[in-house]
Design a protein around this ligand. Sequence first.
Ligand SMILES: CC(C)(COP(=O)(O)OP(=O)(O)OC[C@H]1O[C@@H](n2cnc3c(N)ncnc32)[C@H](O)[C@@H]1OP(=O)(O)O)[C@@H](O)C(=O)NCCC(=O)NCCS
Length: 182
Amino acid sequence: MPYRVRPMCHEDLSQVTDIDQEAFPTMWPPANYRRELGTRLAHYIVAHEVVSDEGSPVTVTGRVRNIVGFAGFWMMANEAHITNIAVRKSHRRRGIGELLLISMIELALELGANLLTLEVRASNIAAQGLYRKYGLNQLHIRRGYYTDNRENALVLAVDDITSADFRQHLKQLKQAHARRWR
Ligand SMILES: CC(C)(COP(=O)(O)OP(=O)(O)OC[C@H]1O[C@@H](n2cnc3c(N)ncnc32)[C@H](O)[C@@H]1OP(=O)(O)O)[C@@H](O)C(=O)NCCC(=O)NCCS
């Protein structure tokens, strides 16, 4: 695989902030990932390019690995609520968004979630395509939810990620995704 996922750490923050600002230029105030990292309920991951010295976030030459995307969710009781997912513009449509979403769902399952939820802008066709591919369905609409342009949010959810049907669907998507990078 040309990209891997690991937990976000402080060394990643400047690259993560760059990606966030590129992906969400109108968000004000911008997300504060340093604070998110200190939040017990929050779980953030990054996707990075694979280089030979695996393991640490910093390579042997002292360079922080090239981060190409990140994502996170909040775990509240049995609900994993996805707060964000973003991929560098230059690296989109290569399957990195899927890698991040698969990794978050697997982590949410490990943490005991069964409900998966998120909000997405009504105009965000790319993200909706990704979420719908993974079985998230629209629950309802939050009118005027986004403060920058009063855009509506679609609330999407999978009500049982532990179900046999969902796990089977996830397994098939994961296999297809792995074949893409073989
Ligand atoms: C949404 C986002 C994370 C997708 O990342 P990505 O790495 O480009 O996505 P992938 O290559 O893994 O694509 C996975 C699926 O998403 C959907 N998708 C991705 N980009 C799409 C686009 N431009 N138009 C329609 N569907 C798209 C497709 O269903 C695709 O599956 P396919 O390859 O079988 O067609 C990326 O577009 C992004 O960072 N956008 C800006 C940030 C953002 O809007 N985040 C969502 C906040 S709710």
